[in-house]
Each structure stands twice: as structure tokens, then as C-alpha cells.
Design a protein around this ligand. Structure first.
Ligand SMILES: Cc1ncc(COP(=O)(O)O)c(C=O)c1O
Length: 362
């Protein structure tokens, strides 16, 4: 007699799970364990590229637009104008098309080409500012042009660097972390540009009772944490020389700051991609770099979360293009090997710890 295999229970849910708007899909992004140590400290990535538009910044774009509607700054059929390196702009473009506004993004040649294309594809009007050298961010000039358009046309200018609803847009992110982890976030590490994602998440975590320790990361060459200004290629994070730091960088909530150079940030992103199959953006590479170096020094059993602002698919012709890196002196095989060795060391520490447990039973 043949024994029949048991019939598997259906694993799908029985009620409908359909949303009407892409913005309804914002949030509930996954956590991926990147590595752990033999002492049980885990490094987790909060993969914000799983949001519509592929970045964390759509959370705050939504919050700023909804608040402007509530305050009356934005009226039906209105116009939004904002300087952007692309992720905020793509988020604003999404909100504008869903809610019937026009959106003008003021951009420069430093923006990743795919972000510019994405904004256009979502119907945004792009105004390019010429900084004389298209490789340099021209944040000051972009801001001036956006202000000028807002004054001339009456358009709503969210001002992501100073708008308190930028940080408020990350409240859900903090809640998601606590409910997904069932434990506290001991360390939160994130790249800092406007400051909204890191500071907003940390403020909400602490309001919910977390004792999180916050580490802000900026590119070498950015001046947010008092370093010397210079050229950098980590698109979206940092502030160039001469740019006024906005109110959303709340120094009081950031416990520690670090700078990471482009070579290490990009090498880390590339190694992470090869290990996990997940392409992370260049600024996430910088934040992961800090986490990887720090992990071994943390108390046993710590939970470390890195905010991954966006995905590497936006940087296939920069961070993930060897020729582009080589042409700018940013490709460094030795840097990639150092990071690979760090992963190897953590794996070894796990093996040793597993061996100890097998031998001693503790
Ligand atoms: C790729 C990327 N990383 C990091 C950041 C920094 O995020 P925040 O402005 O919330 O500090 C941004 C902001 O635009 C970004 O686009």
C-alpha cells in the first residue's frame, strides 16, 4: 500500500491584501541579518529600498506633503518645488502624482543619473543647476534657485533640511524596528544628510522607551560633524562646504559621529552585494563599514541596526562600475579584501563559539 504524502495547508492568507495607492506600500521594510559574532552580537540591515521609489526618503516626503495639506500651505492643484539629490525628489514626485500636484526638482550634475530619470518618469519637471563642475554638489545654488521659484510662483517649498515633518516621517520606522525585533535596538547607525532619517528614528525609539545609542556617519569631505570640506561621491549624505546645516541634524540625539571615505564606503557596498545578493547604495556602504569595524568591540548580544537608505540599482554606473571607480581613483582591491577579512573573522568567531558550546555545554 502506498502512503500518501500529507496535503500541505495553504500558506496564503484568506483575506484580500490589496492597496489602492503606491504610497500605501510605504513602510514594513525587512530586516536582513548581515553577520553576527561569536558573542551573539548581530548586525542587521533595515532595507529601506523596499519602499516605493526605492528609498527611505519617501517616508518623509509623504509626511511633509500631508502636513502641508493640513496646514493649508499646499492647496488642490498646487505646485511643489525642492532641491534634491534624487531620493527626496522621487518621493515628492510620487506624492505629487497621487495627489494632483506638479513637482519641480532642482538638481545638479552630482545626482545619480538613474534618480534623475526616475523623477522624470514620475512626471517631475527637472531644473538643472550648473555648478561649473558637474561632478561637485552645488547644494547652495540649488537651494537659491528653489527659493527663487517658490517666491516667484507661490509654490510650496518643503525645505527638507529644516522641516520638522522630515524627522516625523520616520516614526513608523522606529515602531517597525521594535515590533520586528521583540528586543531593543542597542545601536542604530545611519548616514546623515538632512539628519531626518537617523534623528527622527532615534527620537521616536527613545520616546518608545528604547535606550538606543546612535551613530551618525558622513562622507569624508562633508562638514556636518566639523570635518574639513572636500570632494566626495557618496550621493545623498553629507553636506558640502558652505552649505548651512539644517535643523534636522539634531546633534543632541546623535551619540557619536564618524566619517567614512568613498573608497571604504563603496568597497563595503560591493562586498556586501557579492555576499548577500542585495545591492546596497553607497551611503549604506559607509554606514555598514562603521558597523563592521565596531561590531567586535560591542557588548555580547548587542543588536546593531544599519539604516540602508537605498539600493545599489541606482548606482550601477557609479559605485558598481569598476571603470567609473578606476577613473576617479576609487577602486581599491585591498580595501575590499580588508572588508572580506572582517566578515571572515566574524564567521570564525561564530565557529569557535559553537565549538565552545559543543565542548562545555555552555
Ligand atoms: C542615498 C542617501 N543616503 C543617505 C541620505 C541621508 O538621509 P537623511 O537626509 O535622512 O539624513 C540620503 C538623503 O537624501 C540619501 O539619499
Amino acid at each position: 500500500m502506498t502512503v500518501q504524502a500529507p496535503v500541505a495547508e495553504p500558506r496564503y492568507r484568506l483575506r484580500e491584501n490589496v492597496v489602492r495607492y503606491a504610497s500605501d506600500l510605504i513602510g514594513a521594510t525587512p530586516l536582513l541579518e548581515l553577520t553576527r559574532t561569536g558573542t551573539g552580537t548581530r548586525l542587521l540591515l533595515k532595507l529601506e529600498q523596499f519602499n516605493p521609489t526605492g528609498s527611505a526618503k519617501v517616508r518623509m516626503a509623504r509626511e511633509m506633503v500631508l502636513q502641508a495639506e493640513r496646514s493649508g500651505e499646499l492647496r488642490p492643484g498646487g505646485h511643489i518645488v525642492e532641491p534634491t539629490s534624487g531620493n527626496t525628489g522621487t518621493g515628492l514626485a510620487l506624492m505629487a502624482l497621487e495627489r494632483g500636484y506638479t513637482f519641480t526638482a532642482v538638481v545638479d550634475g552630482h545626482a545619480a543619473r538613474d534618480k534623475l530619470r526616475a523623477m522624470k518618469a514620475l512626471g517631475a519637471q527637472l531644473i538643472a543647476v550648473d555648478s561649473g563642475n558637474s561632478d561637485e554638489p552645488s547644494s547652495v545654488e540649488r537651494g537659491r534657485v528653489a527659493d527663487e521659484i517658490a517666491t516667484r510662483t507661490g509654490a510650496y517649498r518643503p525645505d527638507q533640511h529644516n522641516n520638522p515633518h522630515n524627522g516625523a516621517g520616520y516614526r513608523d520606522l522606529a515602531g517597525e524596528l521594535l515590533s520586528d525585533l521583540h528586543t531593543d535596538v542597542d545601536y542604530l547607525i545611519g548616514a546623515v544628510g538632512t539628519g531626518g532619517s537617523l534623528c527622527g528614528t532615534v527620537e521616536e525609539l527613545r520616546r518608545l522607551g528604547s535606550a538606543v545609542y546612535a551613530i551618525g556617519v558622513e562622507p569624508v569631505g562633508s562638514i556636518i560633524f566639523g570635518g574639513k570640506g572636500g570632494r566626495y561621491w557618496q550621493s545623498g549624505a553629507g553636506s558640502p562646504t558652505g552649505f548651512p546645516i539644517g535643523g534636522n541634524v539634531n546633534y543632541d540625539v546623535i551619540d557619536e559621529d564618524c566619517q567614512v571615505g568613498d573608497v571604504d564606503a563603496f568597497a563595503t557596498a560591493r562586498v556586501v552585494a557579492r555576499r548577500t545578493g542585495v545591492l546596497v547604495g553607497g551611503t549604506a556602504g559607509g554606514a555598514i563599514h562603521v558597523a563592521l569595524r565596531r561590531l567586535v568591540h560591542l557588548p555580547a548580544g548587542s543588536t546593531v541596526v544599519v539604516l540602508v537608505c537605498d539600493a545599489g540599482e541606482k548606482y550601477l554606473d557609479t559605485v558598481y562600475d569598476e571603470d567609473w571607480l578606476l577613473a576617479r581613483g576609487l577602486f581599491d582591491e585591498a580595501a575590499q579584501q580588508r572588508i572580506t577579512r572582517l566578515f571572515g573573522a566574524y564567521e570564525e568567531s561564530m565557529r569557535l563559539a559553537a565549538g565552545d558550546i559543543a565542548r562545555t555545554g555552555t
